[in-house]
Design a binder for this molecule. Structure first.
Ligand code: GAL
Length: 672
């Protein structure tokens, strides 16, 4: 089945595979003796893998000293892997600049918010604004692209590695300061325009020239939020332009090979749509165990899902990156067992590696690559599992990948994820806005959006994630949990579309300049719904307010708005304070929620909203999750009890059956 191909036909053969699930692995030939490579490659192919990613941290092995290149080992590694039948994804090594480079040009190092230089000795030690580093990154990318651009075994490129990992988007270096001033000059044209936008008449902050502006760190009090959001926008643009330099070089020397970047779980430090515009395939790195530990759930829920992860976080990210990749998305790194980097690093339940792989496929991912082939017995990630143990024996992850490879062949080819009926809006600038001006400790927009997504997923409904630029045609419902900065154009297109809309609190509450809209919040949303928000309050977790929705009273905390409206009140605050004031309002087109429903309240609200928008949903699925990809239906059991799969009587099961064991997957087709 996995016969090695000849050099000539391999590139074409690979292109034909698009549309079916493919599997791959991250491999570091430079970390293992040469005599292991052939056997490793053979075993990868035997397991059913067709892709292998290499190279993304190999700079000092390629160029051990300035201008001295040693390519032979990489030539040979690519040859060995390619001849075994694997397609190589080659990473540019710019996430790990070598020591000689850092020593020669110390100004490439990033500076943290305290003003302390982040030193060499790990990775990602560069500042996106360093002109010198951009030149060096372009130089090494060009050298690699020239050497391997038309290598028949190299089928795709990855730029850098995980922009944003280790909190590296924001740097406070002199280079960043210089670049920020230039960015401001380009954005505002005149310093007076910037002064107006920033509101510098407040606290005597007026600037006479762009050259006086500093970065917004180490201040006595908080900066003006416009200064901060502009700095976040600037930092985001730096990522885009840094990435674009590499993409352009790769396209020049390696035409026809897709370029990807591996993004991260829930990262909102930069506008991923903008970076996504420049690449062919979005990929992301799936580590649900760490995601659970660092995530939104209560300790009690974390204990319950400890070995299976948050049932919605990974799916949500698949949907996000499907949007970032404009439909083309891969998993570049899939956790194969315990990892090393979270506060605690539990082992996934046996079966989860298989479940995560099928979950990815169900959400539109075409390739899942595991991190990593073999556990490293040295350096930082010794506790991080691989598909193999350090002594090359197979580990649990390997067995589960083998099972997927065996199941894969039962599925029809070419099934594609279709457009969903429900879209959820993720807007990166709005996240910058909440971060700059949270108005309440712990206000976590990412967690709120995931709660809303989860409330829909629990009702068995597929979701697309969209930015404000998206085409809205075909959607029955658009849900915007945290659209703080709403574009008038987006609202106008939403109004003209056939979709109904549900907005969360703070929607439309800030202009692009981070001001309160002239006619009060919700700014442009007032075109959809007649209301004004005249006061907001953040509430501590130890205080709850009763909200009457239908005939049921629900407790809310965290956030409450005072709304003036002529629209229908769908829910009201019923505590002593401002008794009877609206909590949820609506008309035939749109609804607005002026608080943060959670749990049963959110679930009920979402169920009602789906019904109102004419979207079919199921009763709460508990720990079961569903997804569709073309004519394939998928069910995943995150619970500790067997669950009944809601398949029609005509269902034809390809994997699993009507009763699903814990940590198990069912895949079926059915006539509607
Ligand atoms: C990712 C990173 C990999 C590896 C992995 C460990 O964030 O891209 O290089 O460190 O984490 O889980």
């Amino acid at each position: 089945m996995h016969k090695p191909l000849t050099k000539q036909n391999r590139f074409d053969a690979a292109r034909k595979d698009a549309g079916m699930l493919e599997l791959g692995v991250c491999y570091y030939p430079e970390q293992w003796p040469r005599e292991k490579w052939d056997e490793d490659a053979r075993r990868m192919v035997e397991l059913g893998l067709t892709w292998v990613r290499i190279g993304e941290f190999a700079w000092s092995h390629i160029e051990p000293q300035s201008g001295t290149f040693q390519w032979e080992w990489m030539d040979e590694a690519i040859e060995v892997l390619g001849c075994a039948g694997l397609k190589v994804i080659l990473g540019t090594p710019t996430a790990a600049p070598p020591k000689w480079l850092v020593d020669r040009y110390p100004d490439i190092l990033p500076v943290d918010a305290r003003g302390v230089v982040r030193k060499f000795g790990a990775r990602r030690h560069y500042c996106f604004s360093s002109r010198r580093y951009r030149l060096e990154a372009a130089r090494i990318t060009e050298a690699m692209a020239r050497r391997y651009g038309d290598n028949p075994f190299v089928h795709a490129w990855q730029t850098d590695n995980e922009y944003g990992d280790h909190d590296t988007i924001h740097s406070y270096s002199d280079e960043a300061k210089r670049a920020f001033r230039e960015w401001l000059a380009a954005r505002y044209g005149t310093v007076e325009a910037m002064n107006r936008a920033w509101g510098t008449q407040f606290w005597s902050m007026h600037y006479n020239s762009f050259d006086e502006v500093d970065l917004p760190n180490n201040l006595v009090e908080e900066p003006t939020p416009t200064h901060l959001v502009d700095y976040y926008r600037f930092s985001s643009d730096q990522v885009k332009s840094f990435n674009k330099v590499q993409v352009d070089i790769l396209r020049r020397h390696s035409p026809g090979r897709p370029v990807t970047h591996n993004f991260m779980n829930q990262n909102t430090d930069f506008d991923h749509y903008k970076v996504g515009e420049d690449i062919d395939i979005a990929s992301w790195d799936v580590y649900p165990m760490g995601g659970l530990i660092n995530g939104r759930l209560s300790d009690e829920e974390k204990a319950r899902y400890l070995r299976v992860g948050d049932p919605d976080q990974t799916a949500f990210n698949h949907d996000i990156y499907r949007a970032v990749g404009r439909g083309r998305v891969w998993v570049m790194e899939q956790q194969p067992g315990p990892v090393n980097w979270a506060a605690h690093n539990q082992s996934p339940a046996d079966g989860m590696v298989r479940l995560w792989t099928w979950l990815a496929y169900a959400h539109g991912i075409d390739m899942v690559s595991y991190f990593r082939w073999r556990q490293a017995p040295f350096a930082q990630e010794q506790f991080h599992a691989g598909l193999l143990l350090p002594n090359s024996e197979v580990d649990q992850g390997y067995l589960e990948v083998a099972q997927v490879a065996e199941e894969m062949v039962r599925l029809p080819e070419g099934e594609a994820r279709e457009k969903a009926e429900v879209a959820i809006v993720l807007d990166y600038e709005s996240r910058f806005a909440t971060r700059a001006l949270p108005q309440g400790q712990g206000y976590a927009a990412s967690a709120i959006a995931l709660d809303w997504y989860s409330a829909i997923a629990r009702l068995g409904v597929d979701v697309d994630v969209i930015g404000q630029h998206a085409d809205l045609s075909g959607y029955k419902l658009v849900v915007a949990p945290d659209l703080v900065i709403a574009d008038a154009d987006f609202i106008a297109r939403l109004k003209a579309s056939g979709a109904k809309a549900l907005f969360g609190p703070r929607s439309g509450s800030k202009t692009r300049e981070m001001h309160i809209p002239a006619d009060l919040p919700p700014g442009p949303l007032a075109d959809l719904l007649d209301f004004r928000v005249t006061r907001v309050e953040s509430l501590p977790e130890y205080h709850c307010e009763p909200v009457l929705y239908g005939n049921t009273s629900h407790a809310v905390t965290g956030w409450r708005e005072l709304i003036r409206t002529t629209e229908t009140m769908l829910a009201t605050f019923e505590g002593g304070h401002r008794q009877g004031s609206p909590a949820i309002i609506g008309n035939a087109k749109a609804r607005y929620v002026g608080t943060l429903p959670r749990g049963e309240f959110l679930s009920k609200l979402m169920g009602d909203t789906l019904g109102w928008a004419n979207v079919n949903s199921l009763p709460d699925l508990g720990d079961l999750r569903l997804a569709r990809r073309g004519k394939l239906h998928f069910a995943f059991n995150y619970g500790s009890m067997p669950a009944a799969v809601p398949a029609s009587p005509t269902a034809d099961f390809l994997v699993g059956g009507r009763e699903l064991a814990p940590v198990d997957v069912a895949i079926w087709t059915q006539t509607p």
